[in-house]
Write a protein that binds this ligand. Structure first.
Ligand code: FA5
Length: 354
């Protein structure tokens, strides 16, 4: 290597750098000279072949040359970045529209249902998704090993993962926990803290270990209602529930039917059905109502006096009714949605319609 060659290279590189007009050319320059396999690094490789005296002369010269070039490269690069930004910013383009979300139909429906009950003087009570076996079953008059427990296929929880903060491990060993299978545990939790007259609604997520179809989901929302006093009758229940269902759905002449059923925490027990909106009660080849012409909306009945004992009330001769309705079922009816599985699908084409 000749000292003159290096001087010539420095002059050549500076001239090339001056002529560069855009970021693309600048990148080409970097790859050709400054990159790891670039020509400037080749010069450093060649240094190894020189004598010690020559290295003392050429080494510092090459280093200074590289630093200067890198500095000028950076200056040019920041200039192009600025120019590119300004050049490509088109002030005439329309602005980006910010998407505004909307409420999920389940939320819209339960808010609507709650507001209707609220206007009738029902107070709102909140509860947890995780419940104990006692509140979900025992305190609702559902004895251990009673076949009625099979009505709710249960997700039991492994206690080792969910010990509440501050709990003593041994004390907790005796409590079986589960994802609540219905909102009825809220009845007992409320009754333990309040005395009649009672008018309460509770909204919650419930979980069931069961297969899905057009009417069934394994995670759904229920709304529990409880009204207890001295002379609340089944007639009161019928008129309140029929009136409210028609009001919530928005159809004055909606066909509502009460049918006998069994739940251990009510006596007598009932189920409330409405006419299927898909087949209009005809019940032929209908996947929604399984050809029955009716869709079940809620379980209900007159509160069982045993519950007053579990709540440790001073006397047990009160009368009242309770009900647990499926919020998604109400939403299906209100918005004519023929399959419950779309609610949790996360499909924006569905949710954007509300
Ligand atoms: C119950 O859960 C009782 N706790 C209701 C009750 C409350 C009875 C108070 C008496 C007194 P059932 O399992 O039938 O009952 O559910 C109540 C309602 O929730 C059903 O009528 C239906 O509207 C809805 N539902 C039940 N299971 C599902 C499911 N898998 N998917 C969607 N909705 C459901």
């Amino acid at each position: 290597m000749d000292l003159k060659d290096i001087d010539a290279l420095i002059i050549k590189l500076n001239q090339e750098l001056n002529l560069i007009k855009n970021a693309k050319e600048l990148e080409g320059f970097r790859l050709k000279y400054l990159a790891r396999k670039g020509e400037l690094n080749d010069c450093f490789e060649k240094l190894k072949e020189l004598s010690v005296e020559q290295k003392r002369v050429f080494g510092p010269k090459l280093n200074t040359c590289k630093k200067e070039l890198e500095q000028r490269f950076k200056e040019k690069q920041s200039l192009f970045d600025k120019v590119t930004e300004e050049f490509f910013f088109d002030y005439t383009l329309p602005g980006k529209k910010k998407e505004i979300g909307s409420l999920h139909p389940t939320t819209l429906t339960y808010r609507h249902i709650i507001s209707v009950f609220n206007s009738f003087g029902f107070e709102i009570f909140e509860s947890n998704d995780i419940e104990s076996e006692y509140y979900n079953f025992d305190s609702l008059n559902i004895e251990k090993n009673h076949p009625a427990r099979d009505m709710w296929d249960t997700f039991w929880l492994d206690k080792k993962y969910i010990l509440p903060i501050g709990s003593k491990k041994d004390e907790f060993k005796s409590i079986n926990l589960l994802l609540k299978t219905h909102t009825s545990p809220a009845e007992m939790r409320f009754m333990e803290k309040n005395n009649p007259p009672i008018r309460m609604v509770n909204m919650g997520k419930v979980f069931r270990y069961e297969a899905t179809d057009a009417r069934h989901e394994f995670q759904l929302h229920q709304l529990e209602g409880l009204m207890i006093g001295d002379d609340i009758s089944l007639c009161n229940f019928k008129s309140i529930i029929t009136g409210m269902t028609r009001k919530i759905i928005g159809q004055k002449d909606l066909k509502v039917r009460l049918r006998p059923s069994y739940f251990p925490f009510v006596s007598p027990g009932l189920e409330v059905d409405v006419e299927c909106f898909k087949c209009h009660g005809k019940g032929s080849k209908c996947s929604l109502c399984s050809n029955s012409g009716w869709i079940e909306m809620m379980g209900a009945g007159m509160t069982h006096p045993n519950l007053y004992k579990f709540a440790k009330w001073d006397r047990y001769n009160y009368q009242g009714f309770a009900f647990g309705l499926g919020v998604e079922r109400f939403a299906m009816l209100k918005y004519q949605i023929p399959d419950i599985r779309v609610f949790n699908s996360g499909d924006l084409r569905f949710t954007k319609q509300f």
